[in-house]
Design a protein around this ligand. Structure first.
Ligand SMILES: Cc1cc2nc3c(=O)[nH]c(=O)nc-3n(C[C@H](O)[C@H](O)[C@H](O)COP(=O)(O)OP(=O)(O)OC[C@H]3O[C@@H](n4cnc5c(N)ncnc54)[C@H](O)[C@@H]3O)c2cc1C
Ligand code: FES
Ligand code: FES
Length: 483
């Protein structure tokens, strides 16, 4: 039997024969394959939990016929999720001379012990390959998943900013951008051939289009699963959401929004459709993990992980969505708020997969806000998070309201009583004060590492006030609330 080509690692095709001769399965981690089987030690091992960015690699994929590169953590990414793609390690970026990114990092004193340096170079190269918006905030943001213990970051930030003028002059369209980056020595010239090589590779790969489970384990982005049980997982056979083409979509038609379970956090925050509905979605999702995590973490994984503080769940739950489930033979749908039965206990059968969520919107889309408090602003899970969706009639009376809160109950909480109380009310201080009292009765926080029960009650109160101030600045008077 002839070998099947599976993916490209730097400039080398990796086949199924190469994997099996090395006893690598689709569940094995990309980090281990790269370091131990391919002997590419530039990709470092730090935390193995997605927190440090030492293991950063780029993954290039064909999206709408364009070559799209994203930086990801290889320590949580299984081989099954990179089939048909181009994986780039620091060795695949290196040229005979230093690239401008490497040069600027040295010039600005952005490397000392060097343990983090390949990760930073890969993230910045990912930014150069992928970003239409060139600016200091964006380029610094592209390193938000990379940790450096030595430099204090300022030198790395300076290095990143000094690259901007070079990137500014490079054409932003797909093929010309890659050509420009090759000409300006950011990447080696084999990148020029990658798009055609990926087209050929994917022509020969038979992607599975069915959306049901054929094994007991389903892996989305792997960012929860591989943190929880990496060693065990790498020995199991699994299904990969990534290989099921039909799970990644966002549609908005006739007032109904449908989002596939395989959509990543990055795709959500960058979606034009969703930005029209939630103008601040980019800012809100910036509070989710880091770029390296957002590029792989899926909506389905966030829901099925069942965490009471899951950000994507708390965000969308305020729209009171339906969750759509699919097994081999049958489909069913239920209200997402009924899907969470108790702490990490879900109304999900063993053979079922989450295929999508959907929700309906009025023609004017209504108003929406999301708030999250965690010990650190970025790269941290919430102590308490909350979302608020509200719509009015012509007399400014509330017609629809959905209020959610995470970290105050065993499940992501749709605050049913509080939401129902708001229907028929006007927005003013009294409505807000009544709502705060009602919600306080409806929640049952416990004390844990993220804060005492009392602290979480106080936090939620503050977050609800923040919703009102953000959305209805002129209708609530903060001085009276504090008095
Ligand atoms: C460093 C780091 C930072 C993080 N920061 C945040 C944060 O700020 N906020 C936050 O909410 N979370 C955070 N997380 C948690 C995690 O990234 C999210 O919960 C993510 O959405 C999980 O998605 P995944 O695709 O990676 O799930 P996976 O790990 O692949 O899967 C999680 C569970 O869901 C199941 N599953 C996945 N997809 C489906 C499906 N379609 N149908 C049925 N079952 C499915 C899997 O079998 C598994 O049981 C963080 C994680 C890390 C490592
Ligand atoms: S080793 Fe730390 S993020 Fe992968
Ligand atoms: S240079 Fe030492 S960790 Fe960054």
């Amino acid at each position: 039997m002839s070998a099947h080509e599976l993916f490209i690692l730097n400039n080398e095709i990796i086949t199924d024969e190469m994997l099996s001769s090395d006893e690598i399965t689709y569940s094995s981690l990309l980090l281990d394959f790269v370091r131990y089987n391919k002997r590419l030690p530039g990709t470092k091992i730090g935390c193995r939990e997605g927190d440090c960015g030492a293991c950063t690699v780029l993954v290039g994929d064909l999206v709408n016929d364009q070559l799209d590169y994203q930086q990801i953590v290889s320590c949580l990414t299984p081989i099954g999720n990179i089939i048909g793609k181009h994986v780039v390690t620091i060795e695949g970026i290196n040229r005979e001379q230093l690239t401008p990114i490497q040069r600027e990092i040295i010039n600005e004193g952005g490397t000392q012990c060097g343990a983090c340096t390949p990760g930073f170079v890969v993230s910045l190269t990912g930014y150069a390959l992928n970003n239409d918006v060139v600016g200091p905030e964006q380029i610094i943001g592209s390193m938000d998943g990379n940790i450096c213990r030595c430099t204090g970051y300022k030198s790395l930030e300076k290095a990143a900013i000094s690259i901007l003028p070079m990137l500014d002059s490079i054409n932003k369209t797909d093929t010309l951008r890659i050509q420009g980056l090759v000409e300006n020595e950011f990447i080696p010239d084999y990148f020029l051939e990658i798009k055609d090589r990926l087209i050929n590779l994917n022509r020969n790969l038979s992607r599975k289009t069915e959306l049901h489970k054929s094994s007991n384990i389903l892996i989305g982005g792997g960012t929860d699963l591989y943190v929880q049980r990496a060693e065990w997982l790498t020995r199991q056979s699994a299904d990969f959401l990534e290989l099921k083409e039909s799970s990644s979509f966002i549609n908005h038609e006739n007032g109904k929004v449908v989002i596939g379970a395989g959509i990543t956090s990055t795709q959500l925050m960058e979606s034009k459709v969703l930005t029209d509905i939630f103008p601040n979605i980019y800012k809100h999702f910036k509070l989710f993990g880091s770029t390296l995590i957002r590029n792989i973490a899926t909506l389905g994984g966030n829901i099925v992980n069942g965490s009471p503080i899951a950000d994507m769940v708390i965000f969308f739950l305020a729209l009171n969505p339906t969750i759509n489930l699919q097994a081999q033979q049958e489909k069913r749908s239920l209200n997402l708020r009924d899907f969470f039965l108790d702490y990490k206990t879900l109304d999900l059968k063993e053979d079922e997969i989450v295929s999508s969520i959907d929700f309906s919107l009025p023609p004017d889309n209504g108003c929406f806000n999301f708030e999250k408090v965690s010990k650190r602003t970025y790269l941290d899970i919430a102590s308490v998070n909350s979302a608020f969706y509200v719509d009015f009639d012509a007399t400014n009376t509330i017609t629809t309201a959905g209020l959610t809160a995470g970290g105050v109950a065993p499940v992501p909480k749709y605050l049913t009583i509080g939401s129902e109380y708001l229907i028929g009310k006007q927005i003013n201080n009294q409505t807000l004060l009544n709502l705060l009292d009602i919600v306080d009765q409806e929640i049952s926080p416990i004390s844990d590492v993220r804060g005492s029960a009392e602290y979480k009650r106080l936090l939620l109160r503050q977050l609800i006030i923040a919703h009102f101030i953000t959305l209805f600045e002129n209708s609530v008077h903060i001085e009276e609330l504090i008095a």
